[in-house]
Design a protein around this ligand. Structure first.
Ligand SMILES: [Zn+2]
Length: 103
């Protein structure tokens, strides 16, 4: 018998956005309800965490993250958000069970 575990995350399960500095590896978690503007630079060493410069008509990574966070904050609390969940990948590398999905 094989037992597969899966981790399912709903929108209401998302509590905070965490940043990790690529230079000093400091981590900063900000609750979504308090997050107004995404952090682009590390508060500790001031290295860039998110690229804030747009490239060739493409919004910057920071702008895209900001847009994602803004959309997430609007979506949480809507009745529709209870019907959609994210399935996290299996850390053991087992294949996903997409076949379980009923389309
Ligand atoms: Zn840093």
């Amino acid at each position: 018998m094989t037992i597969n575990h899966r981790t399912v995350v709903g929108f209401s399960d998302i509590f905070a956005l965490e940043y990790e500095c690529p230079e000093c590896h400091g981590r900063y978690a900000i609750p979504l309800e308090r997050l107004e503007n995404v952090i682009c630079d590390c508060p500790n060493c001031h290295k860039a965490i998110l690229d804030a410069a747009p490239t060739r008509n493409v919004p910057s990574i920071a702008a895209q993250v900001q847009q994602f966070v803004d959309s997430l904050k609007k979506f949480v609390g809507l009745r529709e958000s209870e019907r959609i969940r994210f399935i996290l990948s299996d850390p053991d590398g087992a294949p996903g069970r997409v076949s379980d999905a009923k389309v």
